[in-house]
Design a protein around this ligand. Sequence first.
Ligand code: NAD
Ligand code: MG
Length: 389
Amino acid sequence: MNENTKTRRRICILGSTGSIGTQTLDVIERNPELYEAHTLTGASNAELLIEQARKFCPDTVVIADDTKYELVRDALADLPIKVYAGADALEQVVVSEDVDVVVAAIVGFAGLRPAIAALQKRKPVALANKETLVVAGSIMTQLAAKYGSPLIPIDSEHSAILQSLAGAPLQSIEKILLTASGGPFRTLPKEQLAEATVEQALKHPNWSMGAKITIDSATMMNKGFEMIEARWLFGVKPEDIEVVVHPESIVHSAVQFCDGAVIAQLGLPDMRLPIQYALSFPHRLPTPGARLDLFKLGTLHFERPDIEKFPCLQLAYEAAERGGNIPCAMNAANEVANLLFRQGKIKFSHIAEIISREMQDTCFIPTPSIDDIMQTDREVRERASSLAI
Ligand code: NAD
Ligand code: MG
């Protein structure tokens, strides 16, 4: 019997109503003897949060939008579930003594403060919310080290890197090969990209994800974020992380070692595997369902990213090199531009233009505190939201 089978781990899912959140609940449902949904939280989708709470009967639920508090409370009045509302409640519930692990699956900057609160309380954090490492990677990794709180990636590429590393020392890593599907516009001519529609951008070829990350994949900002995420999680330099476009999304990433060996993790594109691995790490759990069939696949393809066509990728390397609060400025500008694009207010090509301009206009802080990060985020959002291109 391994550690995991002795007691059920009580899980707090920040963002249970999203794509990662609902798939985390699938993993819990498949392994009821190992995991228990202790806390569920959502931004404003009260209906789904109520449905999840009635099904999983957690200890606590939080609806971040406090105008929906009564709705959720009344719908769960017949069950012994604590109901809270508001952004501050997220920080309070993660630190509960009864929570064994926190799944950070909120999208964007909004997930930062609860993730920090969890690390400070020595909670293991299974991290999907990559934006937190983009904006505050140095602070988050320092806190994880100081408090001995495990920070385990859910992102499929980083899970693949973790699995490929298998505990190898940092000095033995020569390079990380970060794979990218290339998104829906990989083969679209550059001239047509400026006019790409929201509908086209939301059609990811291999993954079904939340709207924001799907647009980030179309601009390849997502891969830029993942480069920064990998840099902090694995302690490698940005220049030692190479993006490899791999349209089939079967090789989820690889590590090239100093002796020339390349170790990769392969599998069908299904986020439930990296989610489950983050919860069971370092153990593996049996999973039902389809298996990778190399004979059926026959061929896999790899190509270099086109950084002229996808300037966001280049901007991320620039932000990583400048460091300080610049990645935070990049993230804030991207969150605004991503939303403006989804709302049909700007063109696809304006996303990179807004990010680039905000990175230039941000007053550089080399070693930002959490307050500096909050302030940079606020200022960039205000400026970027008022932009009319
Ligand atoms: P999503 O939009 O489907 O879900 C986001 C969740 O966060 C929802 O539960 C929502 O209610 C909650 N939320 C949003 N804003 C909030 C706020 N201000 N306060 C509190 N809660 C809030 O997003 P997703 O696709 O599940 O992605 C979540 C995170 O995981 C992102 O950082 C994304 O980059 C990362 N990620 C997602 C996938 C994927 O397959 N979906 C893969 C890798 C990484
Ligand atoms: Mg990913």
